[in-house]
Design a protein around this ligand. Sequence first.
Ligand code: OSB
Ligand code: MG
Length: 369
Amino acid sequence: MKIERLEILHLRLPLVHFFETSFGRVHDHEVLIVRAESEGVPGWGEVPASAAPRYSYETVHTAWHVIRDFLAERLRGREIAGPGPISELFAFVRGHNMAKAGIEMAVLDLFARAQGKPVWQVLGGTREEIETGISLGIEDSVPDLLKRVEDSVAKGYRRIKVKIKPRWDVDVVAEIRKRFPKVPLMADANSAYTLQDADHLRRLDEFDLMMVEQPLAYDDYVDHAKLQAVMKTPVCLDESIRSYDDARRAFELGSCRIINIKQARVGGPYPAKMIHNLSKARGAPVWCGGLLETGVGRAHNVALATLPGFTLPGDISASERYYAEDVIDPPVAVTARGTIEVPRGPGIGYNVVERRLARYCVRRELVLS
Ligand code: OSB
Ligand code: MG
């Protein structure tokens, strides 16, 4: 199969409620939507980078540049045997995993549609329903957060993740535990601490958290290993794991016991599957993280989470958790059981609504034709 057309759309969508992490607060989100086409069949992918290089050095602007000026050209006239080899084709560009992932997702969706199969089946997924959790940002006050925890539990979410940072951590978690003694709970620091905070972080051990996510530097394995050695709570890595080899290093050094797999962060669905395979072989649980994806990326996350090693609820919440109107139809919905029913239709299994893409689109360009 040859990819005959590749188009990128830069979208800006308002969030229904601000989202605050240790990096700061955002009120809207920017992503690139990637549309690939072969013999009239489209395939959709997403680059969920934001406007600023905070979570990652990538932004929608760097991804635009890398796709348009380097990656798209590699597809020209080339026979592609499947979505898997895309990673090798793009290996000549160092990093820029989100840009690569957007294309790989689009090619995977295209292949799946061409075969009349769902993406999750093509990937090798086995679940028809996935369990999901929700990620709750830092709020103006603890009562505001408790209200959001309460709403999320009432909606059925299977675990609650809260964002922490210095001075919004142990006391906040203690309050949540007091009100919700049994709820599966975890905390994500997005690299807000250093090893000097180890004694403070150990205070989290008394709250029976499922894990603490990315407490230390985004590029560190050594200090995380030292922290894990003195903490009872499992350490989960997010930002630090950009590849299969990173996952291998982290496991070998004891830097984490759990990995949050985000296909955008690791370069696409196939690299994500490789990390899943490694974790599964080592008996380490994984779960599917998110980056405030619109429906396109969210649908790809649903598909990824059907792989058998995704044994913990992920951050794949309902579309309505972030967006009043999603770009797919129907939107991703969460059942009262805190699950998402995996769609059976071809490709990502949701319809991409072009009219809605146009509503949020700030620029678009055909980068391969
Ligand atoms: O660290 O997991 C993270 C959102 C943006 C950037 C980083 C992270 C997050 C989330 C939300 O926690 C995940 C989601 O609901 O999409
Ligand atoms: Mg995280």
